[in-house]
Design a protein around this ligand. Structure first.
Ligand SMILES: *[C@@H]1O[C@H](CO)[C@@H](O)[C@H](O)[C@H]1NC(C)=O
Ligand SMILES: *[C@@H]1O[C@H](CO)[C@@H](O)[C@H](O)[C@H]1NC(C)=O
Ligand SMILES: *[C@@H]1O[C@H](CO)[C@@H](O)[C@H](O)[C@H]1NC(C)=O
Ligand SMILES: *[C@@H]1O[C@H](CO)[C@@H](O)[C@H](O)[C@H]1NC(C)=O
Length: 371
């Protein structure tokens, strides 16, 4: 007994520590990004400016919330599934009043690019958003407005943020789309990649220097599989399409961006070996969904068809988009990959979130050290 009792106690203590890790590896979640992560910031910015904001109207939100929340989907986003799986409340939007930020803040804004407005203005790309919500603006919201809620000294911030989870992106998709929608060529859009990667790297390094030890950096979609782009840049030449029906040349934007992003993440991992810096993949899951849709529950007959839209080859009609009056949604969104022509359904987000938390869509998975 004299020997076994301490062993038993140590065993119990280990179990408690272990259980604690499972339940709550993180003290807070901070999210930066665009429509793939925005839980309601854009609708607040847009309200005084836009006469009609589709994201404030059903059927956005219909599947989970039963009302529009400002999320660009029928239900939860990847960040929402991550928060819920980790036992957190949904991470509240930074711009909303009266929210409790004690478990984290979400700075993401629909339409946000990585690069600042001046970058686009210099290239005659204008008229896209009510204000500049680019990555550095979101980062300044974090540093200037929110960080003092948790810590006021360098050491106390290091201590606090080392147990926080940071999601940095996806960024870049809007930078390239802004160029394409302004009539720029694919090669011009791709010429922005080094600038986009560098601004993401700077943001990641800024967070790491402030104490972050867990950063998730998501990549881009396969650009040429996005139904809006498939509609706008439709080609008569079959050779322009791959075997999934995606536009090959446009796919190289997301592909090249992701290659460069992975290289950058690998460099950061070398430079900050004490931190867990995760590349999270949006590209490969979407390709897998399109390759084998029924395996993932996407039983719609054409997986490039969108659920909510006003007709056309992919059901995306630029004159009748989701959220506009009278534009219908399918009755079974979970059988579709794409919700509104650019954003995915809640069903797709759920699969991607699980893949980021436990694999195989993140390198390393978010929960890999928390068994
Ligand atoms: C915010 O939430 C935390 C727990 O998540 C709670 O302890 C705290 O009292 C809340 N603050 C306010 C002002 O409601
Ligand atoms: C932007 O537009 C102005 C006026 O049309 C033109 O003079 C200028 O060359 C353009 N700049 C670029 C970078 O395209
Ligand atoms: C940091 O300082 C500000 C201003 O003095 C104060 O309002 C805030 O409560 C402080 N935060 C912490 C975590 O001590
Ligand atoms: C959208 O409206 C414009 C202008 O009325 C028209 O030229 C175009 O053909 C319409 N597109 C579709 C897909 O209906």
């Amino acid at each position: 007994m004299k020997i076994s009792l301490p062993c038993f106690l140590i065993f119990i203590l280990l179990q408690i520590t272990h259980a604690h890790n499972i339940d709550q590896p993180f003290n807070a979640i901070f999210s930066f990004g665009n429509s793939l992560a925005d839980p309601g910031n854009f609708i607040i910015l847009a309200r005084p400016v836009l006469p009609y904001d589709v994201f404030e109207h059903l059927p956005y939100g219909v599947t989970y919330f039963g009302r529009p929340t400002g999320r660009a989907s029928d239900g939860r986003l990847v960040i929402d599934f991550i928060a819920q799986t980790l036992g957190f409340p949904l991470v509240p939007p930074y711009l909303s009043q009266g929210q409790n930020f004690s478990r984290g803040v979400n700075f993401a804004v629909i339409g946000a690019p990585a690069l600042g407005m001046d970058f686009f203005q210099q290239r005659n790309i204008t008229g896209f958003l009510p204000t500049d919500t680019s990555l550095n603006v979101q980062l300044s919201w974090f540093v200037d407005k929110v960080k003092p809620l948790w810590c006021n000294t360098t050491q106390s911030c290091l201590d606090y943020f080392k147990r926080s989870l940071f999601l940095l992106g996806e960024f870049g998709g809007n930078d390239y789309n802004l160029a394409l929608f302004a009539g720029k060529s694919v090669s011009e859009a791709k010429s922005y990649i080094p600038f986009v990667i560098d601004i993401i790297r700077q943001a990641a390094e800024s967070l790491l220097k402030q104490g972050a030890l867990h950063i998730v950096i998501p990549g881009n979609f396969p650009t040429g599989c996005i139904p809006i782009l498939l509609t706008i840049f439709a080609s008569n030449n079959k050779l322009d399409y791959d075997n999934l029906g995606c536009l090959k040349e446009y796919n190289t934007i997301g592909f090249d961006h992701d290659m460069k992003l992975k290289e950058m993440v690998a460099q950061l991992q070398n430079k900050y070996p004490q931190a867990k810096i995760i590349y999270a993949d949006y590209y490969e899951p979407v390709i897998q969904f399109l390759q084998n849709p029924s395996k993932f529950g996407f039983t719609v007959s054409d997986p490039l068809q969108i659920c909510c839209g006003g007709g056309g080859p992919y059901n995306y009609n630029p004159n009748a988009t989701c959220g506009q009056p009278g534009v219908p949604a399918c009755s079974n969104p979970s059988t579709y990959i794409n919700w509104d022509g650019i954003h995915l359904t809640e069903a797709a987000h759920r699969i991607i979130a699980t893949g980021w938390l436990k694999g195989p869509y993140a390198y390393p998975p978010i929960l890999s050290d928390f068994h």
